[in-house]
Design a protein around this ligand. Structure first.
Ligand SMILES: Cc1cc2nc3c(=O)[nH]c(=O)nc-3n(C[C@H](O)[C@H](O)[C@H](O)COP(=O)(O)O)c2cc1C
Length: 159
């Protein structure tokens, strides 16, 4: 096993929720992708971060637009997690109900909870960029079971 494989395997033991990161293309179209490298950063000001791969096609548009939203997925939305992680980018939002709050980034209506953020700072970190977002608005709080990613597989927890 290479050191990279060992690192991936070890980090896979840190169970996370699953989010869809969204924003807007230069032509105004919705863009989005699945992410679990998401963390709460600061309460005052309210900051949250997402680590975005330099290979992500969404990254340049998010940086240009200066905003992103996070929609946290529920256990019944594994299909969306898979869809936003691959497939045809143009089809990712097909049949998905969204709305806009403050920044113009689309929020998934059926998300457990959501945050709408302006990019506060970008930090280069190896092959990823940390997008630190200042929270303009957030909401939700459905008590449904969350979608969880653990050891490379989807599951849930029953709080
Ligand atoms: C469970 C899961 C978590 C992921 N987390 C991240 C992440 O935190 N950051 C990231 O850049 N990509 C992450 N990805 C990969 C992206 O979803 C995937 O590369 C996507 O196709 C990127 O879309 P884009 O190229 O249209 O931006 C994750 C994928 C899965 C399945």
């Amino acid at each position: 096993m290479t050191e990279e494989e060992r690192f991936r395997r070890v980090m896979g033991h840190f169970a996370t929720g699953v989010a869809v990161v969204t924003g807007r293309n230069d032509n105004g179209a919705d863009l989005g992708f699945t992410a679990n490298a998401v963390a709460s950063v600061s309460l005052n000001p309210r900051l949250v971060l997402v680590c975005v791969d330099h290979d992500s096609a969404s990254l340049p548009a998010l940086q240009r637009h200066g905003a992103f939203a996070l929609s946290f997925l529920g256990a019944s939305q594994e299909d969306l997690a898979r869809r936003f992680a691959g497939g045809t980018r143009e089809d990712r939002f097909t049949g998905v109900s969204t709305r806009v709050e403050e920044t113009g980034a689309p929020i998934l209506d059926d998300a457990l909870a959501w945050l709408d953020c302006r990019i506060w700072k970008e930090v280069e970190a190896g092959d990823h960029v940390l997008l630190i977002g200042q929270v303009e608005r957030c909401g939700g709080g459905q008590a449904d079971e969350p979608l969880v990613f653990y050891r490379g597989a989807y599951g849930t927890v029953h709080p």
